[in-house]
Design a protein around this ligand. Structure first.
Ligand code: EPU
Length: 300
């Protein structure tokens, strides 16, 4: 795809998406755009709408499997949307590209807490809001007041949390570009926050394969059940296709043990799903978002 001269944002030619996802697989985007401000992003999406160019939003790529053939159109990375405005009384407006680890640290410096549930997720706050990231220790929606998005036609608007459709690893923010998240954080003694963080890190370190490239949990937990346990009890731990392998540590983590391709992961996903369906009669649904790949339907 050739870019028009008046393309309203900076672009990055290193568009191989394997470099932009934690799984480390995936082909190129036609264009990888890196808007630096919300208005630049709005101009970009209007330009896409006018020209009929498809676009997709990319955070830190930690919940994403991109097909080996890549994706057509524009991938809009929120990496450079990094503003962080502390407005008093625990309120912060964070650019979508702010790393959750940075937000956590900066909050702690201000004696604020409430984001410990995000420890260990290599996420951006925009992506965390989009997926309502979290787990046993809480979900990010508990701290979100509003989300600023750009709609497909380039309109910028602020959506109150109550209208964001937050649920279990989902929101109604798909198809929009999250550019800013407004959070309200409670006061917290830094020492106590650090203790909570360490406890979560210890639990995660023991239960999850944090040393290998992964996309976190691959499948949603079926209602009242655990995808990891089902995969484990179906005897799938250690099952590999090429460089993609079901972790020995946690069954719901499919990891890249080196040299994996997206098709390795997609074949492994098929095998895991069909085995779990045969053994337990449960149809696992992907939590990870799949781009391209003409592949497994995400059905999220
Ligand atoms: N289990 C097994 N074998 C395994 C994995 C798990 O028997 O291989 C058992 C565990 O012993 C436990 C149960 O299954 O009794 C549930 O496992 P775990 O406590 O690890 O939690 P999970 O439901 O698998 C969820 C989230 C994680 C989050 C943890 C902790 C989902 C799909 N996963 O995992 O989130 O870190 O709780 O809060 O909801 C993610 O979203 O990417 C993610 C990793």
């Amino acid at each position: 795809m050739t870019l028009p001269n008046d393309w309203p944002t900076s672009t990055d030619r290193r568009s191989l998406l394997s470099e932009w996802t934690t799984l480390g697989v995936g082909g190129p985007a036609d264009v990888l755009a890196l808007p630096r401000t919300a208005s630049e992003a709005a101009a970009l999406l209007s330009a896409c709408a006018e020209r009929g160019v498809p676009w997709r939003a990319l955070g830190k790529g930690s919940n994403l499997l991109v097909g080996d053939e890549g994706v057509r159109g524009v991938v809009v990375s929120t990496r450079d949307l990094r503003s962080l405005d502390w407005c008093g009384e625990g309120r912060v407006r964070a650019g979508a590209g702010v790393a959750t680890s940075v937000l956590l640290q900066e909050a702690m410096r201000r004696r604020l807490g409430g984001l410990e549930c995000l420890v260990g997720y290599p996420a951006s706050i925009g992506g965390a809001a989009r997926m309502n990231a979290g787990g046993r220790w809480g979900e990010v929606k508990e701290r979100i007041e509003a989300v600023v998005v750009i709609d497909g036609d380039g309109t910028l608007r602020e959506i109150p949390a109550a209208e964001c459709g937050f649920g279990y690893r989902r929101s109604a923010l798909a198809g929009r570009l999250v550019v800013e998240v407004v959070l309200a954080l409670p006061e917290a003694e830094p020492r106590e926050t650090v203790e909570r963080i360490r406890a979560i890190q210890r639990e995660k370190g023991a239960a999850q394969p944090l040393g290998l490239p992964s996309a976190g949990c691959f499948f949603r937990n079926p209602p009242g059940s655990s995808a990891g346990r089902l995969i484990d009890e179906a005897g799938l731990k250690g099952r590999a296709v090429g460089g993609a392998v079901v972790s020995d540590v946690h069954g719901n983590f499919l990891v890249n043990r080196g040299g994996a391709t997206a098709s390795d992961f997609l074949r492994l996903v098929d095998e895991v799903r069909s085995t779990v369906a045969r053994v337990f009669g449960v149809d696992l649904v992907l939590e990870v978002e799949v781009w391209g790949a003409g592949s497994v339907p995400a059905r999220a």
